[in-house]
Write a protein that binds this ligand. Structure first.
Ligand SMILES: Nc1ncnc2c1ncn2[C@@H]1O[C@H](COP(=O)(O)OP(=O)(O)OP(=O)(O)O)[C@@H](O)[C@H]1O
Ligand SMILES: [Mg+2]
Length: 577
């Protein structure tokens, strides 16, 4: 039971136990509330019959106090087990989700888009929060208590009256239950159009500069309009679908009043039941059906919520990268051994790639755009798992090592720099979180950041805007290089690290780099041949295979791709504008 709830509503173990306790306390509260009506019934029938005797009075008073006390206690438990426990559970769920996301392979994020994940973390969690704090315990409580009252009345009152007033409850719930699949389909469609809109808005905001410069704003906005209309259309459609079933079920409930009146009238006329019993059943249906109506709506909402739970469960039950957190490498040579890889199953990005980047050497990866250079550098740090072959670091197969542990051995400068909306100091400190301010500034100096940082209004304490939007491309790149200097790891991966720098800055940074990379394994990717002229070893990647390999001199003599690229760049450098 606990396991089932855990899976069905994406709960923790404690959360599932608390939900069961909440259901029980709601049930008891409901029964206690009905018992008060029972006491009233007995009191009236006593008064109408033999009259209220002195011995009976304390029993009624005692009974009433006991019922009030019971309601008070169960309400307290309910409050504790639903509201408080739910907020605790929500915190646990979000943390579990975040922990899980940290351990998922990057390929998972390639398949899922960001707005989908954000929705899962924010709104799905919030919806499940309401479901587990209110809808589910209230639904279960209402159903169980109604069933118990129905069964007990079966024994104490006329069974035909019980049938006449209770038959509508299972009938209306069954109607909602059988419409579940239709509703889920509508909710899924609704979710997907909402997601398309969220994606569209995010994309529009991120690419507003490109859209304006290409005069594509109006065209893009009209596409966005269609998405907004779609969301409106499907939201209405989903609501309507839900309303059709919930209203039909509510009408069935109302029919119960008529059947109770008809059957009760007939039985009263034939003298089989008394006026009080008839009256009590009429009171009962009036008291029972309204909350049942709300419970029906809760039931429909829970069905819709299970779609959200499925999405959450998909993240929570996705395989994580299983690996050890112990490094057993001997040195830091990176070896690609017949490696093949594809981002999606259909197109192979790397086919049978083999080469070694030795410790103490600079290995350059070059080749045409889209040839797979960035992919190789990311695979070297286990950003993705390969589909064939083996990658080793100092003889240790990296597929067996936890990525976070592995990353401790890598300083990486990415082709697309990511900066955070924090100060320059904090952005560099990402390289090593316990570095002192002096160490950060030392690294910044090596990466030639000093000169531009000193011009910022607050120096190292200047906020740099979302993804460093207030900095130039070269400045962003230098911050990223400073991070690598600060981390000072044994393996250095530089993907177009100096591509947006002017010659002066590049030369200065390369000098600093040459001090940093002593005795380390360096894998450098560059389009500018000048950047890699001093490399010890060059690997030319083209079309996912190693096309050429050797020292710059050997490759130059070979008269192949490397030589052609070098000569072409010399020609373009000599262009007269
Ligand atoms: N995240 C991704 N998902 C799917 N395909 C990808 C992804 N990243 C790259 N690719 C594809 O893999 C191929 C190799 O890309 P990669 O980025 O490794 O090339 P590259 O040699 O670094 O190119 P460039 O010199 O332009 O940076 C390309 O065809 C690209 O479209
Ligand atoms: Mg690249």
């Amino acid at each position: 039971m606990v396991k089932y709830l855990q899976h069905k509503f994406a709960l923790s173990h404690d959360g599932a136990v608390d939900m069961i306790k909440a259901c029980i306390s709601v049930t008891v509260t409901n029964i206690a509330l009905m018992m008060s009506a029972e006491i009233l019934y007995l009191l009236i029938s006593d008064m109408l019959g033999d009259g209220l005797t002195a011995e009976r009075l304390p029993v009624y008073i005692g009974g009433s106090i006991a019922v009030i006390a019971l309601i008070w206690v169960t309400n307290f438990i309910q409050y504790n087990k639903t509201f408080l426990a739910t907020y605790k559970e929500s915190g646990v769920r979000r943390t579990t989700l975040a922990e899980r996301l940290r351990k998922l392979p990057l390929s998972f994020f390639g398949k899922k888009d960001l707005s989908d994940l954000t929705t899962t973390i924010m709104s799905d969690c919030a919806m499940i929060e309401t479901a587990s704090s209110h809808w589910i315990p209230e639904l279960i409580g209402a159903l169980v208590s109604t069933a118990l009252v129905g069964i007990s009345m079966f024994f104490f009152f006329d069974w035909r009256m019980v049938l006449a007033s209770f038959w509508v409850i299972p009938a209306s719930f069954l109607l909602i239950f059988f419409s579940a699949n239709l509703q889920k389909k509508a909710v899924r469609k609704n979710n997907s159009v909402k997601m398309e809109l969220a994606d569209g808005i995010q994309e529009a905001l991120e690419s507003v500069r490109d859209l304006r410069s290409n005069n594509a704003q109006n065209r893009y906005m009209s596409g966005l309009d269609v998405k907004i209309k779609n969301v409106e259309k499907y939201a209405l459609f989903t609501e309507l679908k839900l309303a059709v079933f919930v209203n039909a079920a509510a009408i069935i409930l109302k029919v119960g009043i008529a059947t109770t009146a008809l059957v009760g009238g007939a039985l009263f006329a034939s003298g089989e039941i008394g006026l009080l019993t008839f009256f009590m059943f009429l009171m009962l249906v009036a008291r029972l059906y309204d909350p049942m109506n709300i419970t029906l709506q809760n039931f429909a909402a829970i069905i819709a919520c299970t779609v959200q739970c499925e999405r959450l469960d998909e993240v929570l039950s996705h395989d994580i990268q299983t690996s050890s957190d112990r490094m057993t490498n001997n040195g830091y040579d990176i070896k690609f051994d017949h490696v093949s890889f594809s981002y999606s199953n259909d197109t192979a990005v790397l086919k049978d790639v083999s080469f070694t980047a030795k410790q103490g050497e600079v290995t350059a990866l070059i080749g045409p755009s889209g040839g797979g250079k960035t992919t190789v550098s990311r695979l070297a740090a286990r950003f993705w798992d390969i589909s064939g072959g083996k990658i080793t670091l100092g003889g240790m197969d990296i597929s067996g090592v936890d990525p976070e542990t592995l990353f401790s051995a890598y300083s990486i400068v990415f082709q697309d720099v990511t900066l955070f909306n924090q100060t320059v100091m904090d952005n560099i400190r990402i390289g090593r979180k316990n570095a002192t301010d002096e160490e950060v500034m030392q690294a910044a100096k090596l990466a030639n950041c000093d000169e531009f940082v000193s011009k910022l209004p607050d120096g190292y304490n200047t906020m740099i805007g979302e993804n460093g939007s207030e900095l130039s491309g070269g400045e962003r790149q230098r911050i990223s290089i400073a991070r690598a200097f600060l981390k000072d790891a044994p393996v250095i991966l530089l993907d177009e690290a100096t591509a947006s720098l002017d010659v002066e800055n590049e030369t200065a940074i390369q000098q600093a780099l040459s001090a940093l990379i002593k005795n380390k394994t360096v894998l450098i990717i560059a389009h500018r041949m000048r950047t890699i002229a001093d490399a010890d070893h060059i690997v030319v990647l083209g079309d996912g295979v190693v096309a050429e390999e050797g020292t710059p001199d050997e490759l130059y003599k070979k008269n192949g791709i490397y030589r052609r690229m070098t000569e072409q760049q010399l020609v373009s450098q000599n262009w007269k504008m």
